[in-house]
Design a protein around this ligand. Structure first.
Ligand code: HEC
Length: 114
């Protein structure tokens, strides 16, 4: 019976070790930001159009920064839509890189499945 606490302790240590060796990477963090903020309008699969917003997989960092922070577009960019239905998320300014990583990974996934 004295073994049980030792076993539980070992299990806890193992769990902790695995969570330390695998922190969420940029793609994972970007996925969480996207699922939390964007899929009310964009598709949960960013390769497809959503209920309101167009497909956004593969969006560049510059495009995301312009759109998400300022509701603008980078100079010379031709928008997919001419509507003005999106709203800005200025508080995501430190998450733009993660979002770009997630959307790039989603585009790569689609290209691989072609
Ligand atoms: C309220 C609905 C809504 C939300 C929430 C929203 N979008 Fe949009 N998004 C749109 C719509 C609609 C467009 C088309 C342009 C417009 O009407 O503003 C768009 C356009 C875009 C574009 C430009 C696509 C192109 O190539 O022209 C990007 C990139 C984008 N959204 C990314 C995001 C990201 C990332 C989030 C989450 C942080 C987000 N959007 C949240 C509705 C939304």
């Amino acid at each position: 019976m004295r073994l049980i606490p030792i076993l539980l302790g070992a299990a806890a240590l193992t769990l902790c070790a695995s969570c330390k060796t695998k922190p969420p990477d940029a793609v994972e963090r970007g996925r969480m930001v996207y699922m939390t903020n964007c899929i009310v309008c964009h598709n949960a699969n960013p390769n497809l159009p959503g209920p309101q917003g167009p497909a956004v997989a593969g969006s560049s960092r510059a495009l995301l920064e312009a759109r998400v922070l300022h509701l603008s577009y980078p100079p010379g960019y031709k928008p997919q839509r001419t509507t003005h239905a999106m709203r800005a998320f200025p508080r995501l300014k430190n998450q733009i890189g993660d979002l770009a990583a997630f959307l790039a990974a989603a585009r790569q996934q689609r290209d691989k499945n072609k």
